[in-house]
Design a protein around this ligand. Structure first.
Ligand SMILES: Nc1ncnc2c1ncn2[C@@H]1O[C@H](COP(=O)(O)OP(=O)(O)OP(=O)(O)O)[C@@H](O)[C@H]1O
Ligand SMILES: [Mg+2]
Length: 245
């Protein structure tokens, strides 16, 4: 199953105003790994994930998804295999009802109507949002939108799951479901988050971004035990390692 690897090499990107968001980012995720992407505000996490989705075009470096190099002519194929949950759920939800939004991906995959219905039901149940199925998406609360955005991605059964702040806005029960879901998902996972306790529970490996560069990459516990590294990258240990939970 090595085709679910994700290899990022020397990725560079500057926004049009000159802000250098990525300064030569390199890492490789093997199939089945669950990896946290952490870093202070502005460290480059969201930009990194936008680059993986082909939504920003790097000025240098490569993204290799299971042997396919990300480029204009491959981005469509790659997006079919990678499921992206973006930082703002508003970027993800565009259909009139929750059901339609979660059904959109499976319908495009050519599944039959009963298959689509069962995918939608399972995905919404997975995030505790089955009761929202018939609701208009634009009338949901922030946390409800987040849960539905996650379901839209799960319903496509992606090979690689990429999430940006997935626990933000979720209530404690929703966050717990998300952690269970991340643990259950057996393929490759990359989760950008400030929820370091979620990383400790659901990600065995952590990559620390600092000012657009990889400052550290290793076992999550070792990363969060490295006080000097955390200080330098404006991070704090997870609450569970501060004896606060
Ligand atoms: N549209 C934009 N135009 C110019 N600069 C931007 C834009 N979006 C982000 N940046 C800058 O790029 C850098 C990386 O931002 P990014 O959003 O990737 O950080 P982040 O690690 O996701 O932060 P956060 O934890 O706050 O979500 C920051 O310096 C930010 O100010
Ligand atoms: Mg971000």
């Amino acid at each position: 199953m090595s085709h679910h690897f994700l290899d990022v090499a020397g990725l560079c990107f500057a926004y049009p105003d000159g802000t250098e968001a990525l300064n030569g980012v390199s890492f490789r995720l093997e199939h089945g790994e669950s990896v946290g992407l952490v870093g202070a505000n502005g460290a480059g996490k969201s930009t990194m994930l936008l680059a993986l989705a082909g939504l920003v075009l790097p000025s240098g470096g490569t993204v290799n998804v299971g042997g396919t190099i990300l480029a204009r002519n491959t981005v469509g194929e790659i997006r079919k295999r990678m499921g992206f949950v973006f930082q703002d759920p508003e970027d993800q939800l565009f259909m009139p009802t929750v059901f339609d939004d979660v059904a959109f991906g499976p319908l495009n995959q050519g599944l039959s109507v009963p298959e689509v219905s069962s995918r939608v039901r399972e995905s919404l149940e997975g995030v505790g949002a089955a009761h929202l199925s018939e609701r208009p998406t634009y009338r949901l609360s922030g946390g409800e939108k987040r849960a539905v955005a996650i379901a839209t991605v799960l319903s496509m059964l992606p090979d690689i799951l990429v999430m940006d702040e997935p626990s933000s806005g979720l209530d404690p029960k929703g966050r717990r479901l998300l952690i269970q879901l991340l643990k259950k998902f057996t393929h490759t996972r990359l989760v950008a988050t400030h929820d370091l306790d979620l990383v400790m529970e659901a990600c065995s490996r952590t990559i620390v971004l600092h000012e657009g560069k990889v400052a550290a990459d290793g076992a999550s516990r070792e990363i969060f035990e490295n006080a000097a590294l955390l200080e330098r990258c404006h991070l704090e240990p997870p609450l569970c390692m501060q004896g606060k939970c």
